[in-house]
Design a protein around this ligand. Structure first.
Ligand SMILES: [Zn+2]
Length: 474
């Protein structure tokens, strides 16, 4: 961690106990466990190691080797892995945590094999409490790394805002679309001074050139790069609510949106620019979080709302969200009213960028933008949609899983200082998913884990089902 080491566990321990009091406390104690006779997909390369034993103690992987020659400690809980596949737990690198969902988001993540989440803004002090309690072993959930409140724009004192978030112990900074160029420079200057990692939208008044020049560490969505293909004046000085309508108008002027997005035609006209942008991102070492599930969900909401509601996971959405949807006041219903063809157009555009960036070697990490309560994207379930979309767009199953494991951890290391998860190797955090089928053959195998281990705590399939069934807020 570059700053704000999570030394506040003691201070929050009392709160953590209260948080778990209403929930099933089973499974927050991490002891010694061993998976035996299991097929290991270590994610250190595209291999499956057969007949392995993986020993876990005190929250870490302590031994990996052939079952024939690896000793299982006498006090270990033995988990039979015969015929099953063990791989690192998944990370969702773009989430929003809320404490008002009908089923705890933390449980939704765990039940889906998501053992690490990166929270792209903190909407309340509870996010820090959750993070610290999970680290202290007093609350069950995925490991959380969190930004502070979004640096939205119209900042009274950008430097002070950055300093305050760092002092409060947030892990990194989230920059938003409406920062002016001056605010952006001030935020970046303060962030550099404090060694704080920055993830952001590409502010409309800023653009990719300045993002690279100022050294913003990471781009929060692939879609941010689409604005590089719209000709507009970045110096208009518009107020926040004016930007999007203005830019959407320009898209319809500059592109034949109703005709639909044509990959070949777009590449014929703009292929060189796509390549230049990819080179700039990879050259500057700027990873991009994918969040393609958002596009997919928008299209479904607008064009197949019954199918959207019929999704298994829609039962976990907050009532307030479902009400907004039935009243036609949901975020994307409003945003796309009268310009519906833009939704599939944008989705096709973003998928093309994903394919091209991936091929060009840009680091893409898997994220979903789940959990806000305004978009209908359900924690945990969404990562499986994201990975499925990636495999339909140039990623092998291995590469898609890497974007949510080994690569996610390498990117997270820039924030926390430690490449702590994402592979099955001695020393890594014991975040593991046990599957009945090989996900390298069919990525859908990830959807139904036989069990999940988070920070060395084993949750059986039955326990995971229980989390989904009764939920209970954490
Ligand atoms: Zn987001």
């Amino acid at each position: 961690m570059r700053y704000g080491y999570r030394g506040s566990a003691l201070a929050t321990a009392g709160l953590a106990v209260a948080l778990t009091a209403c929930d099933d406390p089973v499974g927050v104690e991490s002891g010694t466990a061993a998976f035996v006779n299991v097929n290991v997909i270590p994610m250190t390369g595209e291999v499956v190691l057969q007949e392995q034993t993986v020993v876990v103690a005190d929250g870490s992987i302590v031994e990996v080797g052939p079952s024939s020659s690896t000793t299982v400690p006498g006090d270990a809980e033995v988990i039979d892995g015969a015929g099953a596949y063990l791989l690192p737990g998944l990370a969702d690198m773009h989430v929003h945590l809320r404490d008002d969902w009908p089923v705890s988001q933390l449980d939704l993540f765990l039940a889906n094999g998501v053992t690490t989440v990166r929270s792209l803004n903190a909407e309340g002090a509870f996010v820090l409490s959750w993070r610290d309690a999970i680290n202290a072993g007093t609350l069950r959930g995925p490991t959380i790394v969190t930004a502070g409140p979004t640096l939205y724009g119209a900042l009274v004192n950008p430097e002070a805002a950055v300093q305050q978030q760092v002092a409060q112990g947030y892990d990194f900074l989230k920059l938003y679309s409406y920062l002016t160029l001056q605010e952006f420079r001030d935020v970046m200057g303060a962030a550099r001074q404090l060694g704080a990692y920055t993830v952001g939208h590409i502010p409309y008044a800023v653009g990719l050139d300045n993002v690279v020049t100022e050294g913003m560490d990471e781009v929060a969505h692939i879609e941010e790069l689409t604005w590089e293909f719209v000709a507009f004046d970045r110096n208009l000085g518009l107020d926040a609510p004016q930007w999007l309508p203005h830019l959407v108008g320009l898209i319809f002027q500059q592109y034949d949106v109703p005709a639909g997005f044509n990959d070949a035609e777009f590449l014929a006209n703009f292929g060189d620019s796509v390549a230049v942008i990819a080179t700039r991102l990879s050259g500057a070492g700027i990873p991009v979080t994918t969040t393609l599930a958002v596009d997919s969900v928008i299209v479904q909401k607008l064009f197949a709302p019954d199918a959207f509601l019929a999704r298994d996971e829609s039962q976990y959405l907050p009532d307030t969200y479902l009400a907004s949807l039935s009243h036609g006041t949901e975020k994307h219903q409003v945003q796309f009213a009268g310009i519906e063809p833009l939704a599939p157009y944008k989705y096709a555009f973003d998928r093309l960028l994903a394919r091209e960036f991936h091929e060009a070697g840009v680091t893409l990490v898997a994220g979903t933008d789940c959990g806000t309560g305004t978009m209908g994207i359900v924690p945990g379930f969404a990562i499986h949609d994201e990975l499925k979309i990636l495999t339909a767009n140039g990623f092998t199953a291995y590469e898609a899983i890497a974007a949510a494991t080994v690569q996610a951890s390498q990117v997270m290391a820039s924030i926390t200082g430690e490449d702590a998860f994402g592979t099955i190797e001695v020393g890594k955090r014991a975040d593991l998913v046990l599957l009945g089928q090989n996900p390298l053959q069919d990525i859908a195998a990830l959807r139904n884990p036989r069990g999940v281990m988070a920070r060395g705590v084993w949750y059986s399939g039955e326990q995971l089902d229980g989390m989904l069934a009764h939920g209970g807020s954490p």
